[in-house]
Design a protein around this ligand. Structure first.
Ligand SMILES: [Zn+2]
Length: 258
């Protein structure tokens, strides 16, 4: 069986979690990075990680779509107060989709992103970055902050920014969208395996509007694995070993499995 790590999942948004986690274990998942998005979800993520110690590892973040002015300080203070328990700062980043920009404009998003990046630098934590339609700015802010370890999660941006992400030694992560999404497939092809991670971004629905659409769970990490292996023309076993080793190194995990 494969040893796989789901490096980005929103577990607090998934019902019947005990069963879902058991299914993930049976599918070869050995760890899940549970990312937080706002004040409440950060609390839930810590709680879930406690209940599944040694399997679920918490990341604390503030997603650009969840910026609530009234909660800003409280959320940032919470992240810093609980920093010792977090393996990563995430999900953080920028999202220039029109719908998101009406909730929080570019300036506000950037200032919040800088704050969270500052916490990561201060406590030497890697970051999990959301960069939809904001690829160039997200990359610039990450480098300007002096971040050394980052994953640009589910990246679908331009090749020129991708090249710079790779040259900087940052990671990119593959979701099940590698099965059908052209931009994402190109990214997976162009990124060296040594800089790739696997994830599901559960419970995201993949293939919206298609007959094959499905709401993802961490057990679907196999679809990310298979998609990467096909795209790279490599053996699934080799892709699993290398991407898992990458994740263990980035998040400093020590996982013991039989
Ligand atoms: Zn996410």
């Amino acid at each position: 069986m494969f040893r796989l790590i789901d490096t980005h999942a929103h577990l607090e948004e998934i019902g019947a979690l005990k069963k879902v986690i058991e299914e993930a274990r049976l599918s070869g998942v050995i760890a899940i990075i549970a990312v937080g998005s706002d004040y409440k979800s950060n609390q839930q993520v810590l709680q879930i990680a406690e209940e599944h110690e040694g399997f679920v590892y918490p990341a604390l973040g503030l997603h650009p779509s969840r910026i609530e002015k009234a909660e800003l300080d409280r959320t940032l203070e919470f992240i810093e107060a609980k920093i010792d328990r977090a393996v990563c700062i995430g999900e953080i980043g920028l999202d220039y989709h029109k719908k998101i920009r009406t909730l929080a404009d570019k300036d506000l998003q950037q200032s919040v992103f800088r704050e969270t990046l500052g916490i990561a630098v201060k406590y030497h934590k890697p970051v999990s970055v959301h960069s939809r339609y904001a690829w160039r700015d997200a990359f610039t802010l990450v480098t300007e902050a002096g971040i050394e370890e980052a994953v640009f999660h589910w990246y679908t941006g331009t090749s020129s920014v991708l090249r710079e992400i790779i040259d900087r030694g940052y990671f990119l992560s593959a979701t099940p969208a590698v099965e059908y999404h052209e931009e994402h497939r190109r990214v997976i092809k162009e990124t060296p395996l040594e800089q790739l991670l696997l994830e599901t971004d559960s419970p995201v629905v993949y293939g919206q509007g298609r007959e094959s659409a499905f709401e993802s769970r961490p057990a679907d990490i196999y679809r990310s694995l298979r998609g990467v292996a096909v795209k790279k023309g490599m053996d699934e076993t080799e892709v699993a070993e290398i991407t898992t080793a990458n994740a263990e190194r980035l998040f400093r995990l020590r996982i013991y499995t039989e």
